[in-house]
Design a protein around this ligand. Structure first.
Ligand code: SAM
Length: 446
């Protein structure tokens, strides 16, 4: 979500005539886009913010913009007092305050922008930052902003505000514009993306959104995240399995494997509900290789989590064998129900121990699942060259590296896998006999 938000800020600034620079020392404006979902993210944001103070002292004309969840949607008075060297405070997803600050000063007025870019501002189009235009292959498009679910541990609803679905017309205009700028893959974003449209009377739901996007010419792949186990309907599961451009990869966090812990988290489902959901998802891809990949989020050390309750999380992960598990250790977040009413009573070293146990388990599961790709061929959408190798992703979102002197950017090509590990794979491009050029296939023709 923050990557998508940052792209919007960069795009808004370019329309005003600014361009990106690599070094903070060369910048006229520095935007620090922050995440505070866990203490570690917040610590990182504070340390970056402190590191900007000397730059501002050296160059008072430098504009510093603090953005994102550290600011939140409820005003920034306290932060203004604490960080007087920050010029502008912006809530998540909103370049507005920075643009207003810059344009109120005549010397930095919109007049500096080219006509075409000025019109883009007025029309609200999303122009990718110049650096990414024609180069970005996979882009994120927020479709649901905020969250109203109020899990007891989560700060997001307090910082990103209540759930708001963006109008379908705006979303599709953005997708079309991104595709026209070279993007091949779109990921629809929401804290609970399957709730898209639920806050709008008679509005389209996520299934409808996927169907409309599916018809956009030039768009090759569609993904969406993050799902919530309680909102993945049969209609949604049927349609994603039936729509070839919608990739067989689901991100659906379980958070814990013990029902009492889930209840205390106010997640709204049991471990058995989650088991059934995984089964239902897999059924829809039965018999096909590579089937569907499923990613989850889990964090350990929620208030009151006993060793026995943690064991249930471990056992669930061992049983379900999911492709990816994003793991974390609980940290209390100010203002949340857990922060106000529950004691953060699992010692830090115990949180680390549980975390490492899950990490080791997941590494072996991911290695085992990925080994099934060895010697097989799968279509890969290539994005860019990283350290001399082309980087791409399978339909199931597995990271693949390939060596090639050709420009593979934006191409979907069949790759035969020659090495697999828990976090990535390597492969080669089969060649069409007699031509010496890679065979190009469109998704799902393999
Ligand atoms: N909205 C999605 C959901 O809750 O299902 C996931 C998005 S959340 C931004 C990313 C992940 O951060 C969560 O799934 C959870 O595992 C983790 N997380 C959230 N609050 C946390 C906390 N207080 N301590 C540790 N991890 C936390």
């Amino acid at each position: 979500m923050n990557v998508a938000d940052s792209q919007r800020v960069a795009s808004a600034l370019e329309r005003l005539g600014y361009h990106a620079t690599r070094r903070a020392d060369d910048a006229d404006i520095i935007v620090l886009n922050t995440c505070v979902v866990r203490q570690s993210a917040e610590d990182k944001a504070y340390s970056r913010l402190h590191s900007l103070r000397p730059l501002k002292e050296k160059r008072p004309g430098l504009v510093i913009n603090l953005m994102g969840c550290m600011v939140g949607v409820r005003g920034s008075e306290k932060l203004q007092k604490r960080f007087p060297f920050v010029d502008v405070f912006s809530p998540p997803s909103d370049p507005g305050p920075l643009v207003a600050f810059l344009t109120q000063d005549e010397s930095r007025s919109l007049e500096r922008a080219e006509t075409e870019e000025r019109f883009a501002v007025m029309d609200g189009d999303l122009l990718l930052p110049v650096e990414e235009r024609g180069r970005l292959i996979s882009a994120h498009v927020p479709v649901v902003l905020g969250c109203s679910h109020a899990c007891t541990f989560c700060i997001i609803p307090y910082r990103r505000g209540v759930e708001r679905s963006r109008p379908v017309g705006d979303i599709m205009a953005e997708v079309r514009s991104l595709v026209a700028q070279g993007v091949k893959e779109i990921t629809f974003l929401g804290q609970i993306v399957d709730r898209y449209g639920k806050d709008v009377a008679d509005g389209p739901n996520l299934t409808a959104l996927l169907r409309i996007a599916h018809d956009i010419e030039g768009l090759e792949r569609i993904r969406f995240l993050t799902s919530h186990p309680s909102y993945m309907t049969d209609e949604l599961l049927d349609s994603i399995a039936a729509l070839p451009k919608v990739m067989p990869h689901i991100e659906v966090p379980v958070q814990a494997g013990d029902d009492e812990v889930l209840e205390n988290m106010k997640r709204g489902y049991t471990s058995e509900d989650y088991r059934c959901l995984v089964e239902k998802i897999r059924q829809r891809y039965n018999g096909s290789f590579p089937g569907v990949s499923i990613a989850t989020d889990i964090f350990v050390g929620f208030p009151g989590e006993t060793a026995g309750q943690f064991q249930k999380t471990y056992d669930l992960l061992a049983e379900l064998k999911l492709d990816v598990a994003h793991l974390a250790r609980y940290s209390t977040r100010p203002g949340t129900v857990a922060d106000r009413r529950m004691k953060d009573d699992v010692p830090d070293e115990e949180k680390w121990r549980r975390f490492r146990e899950l990490e080791a388990l997941q590494e072996s599961i991911a290695a085992e699942i990925n080994a099934m790709y060895l010697g097989k061929t799968a279509p890969v959408l290539f994005e860019q060259k990283v350290k001399g190798r082309w980087k791409g992703r399978t339909e199931t979102n597995k990271l693949v590296f390939v060596e090639s002197d050709q420009d593979l950017s934006g191409q979907v090509l069949p790759v035969s896998m020659t090495w697999t590990g828990p976090w990535s794979m390597q492969g080669t491009l089969p060649f069409v006999q007699g031509y010496g050029i890679p065979l190009q296939l469109v998704p799902n023709q393999l």
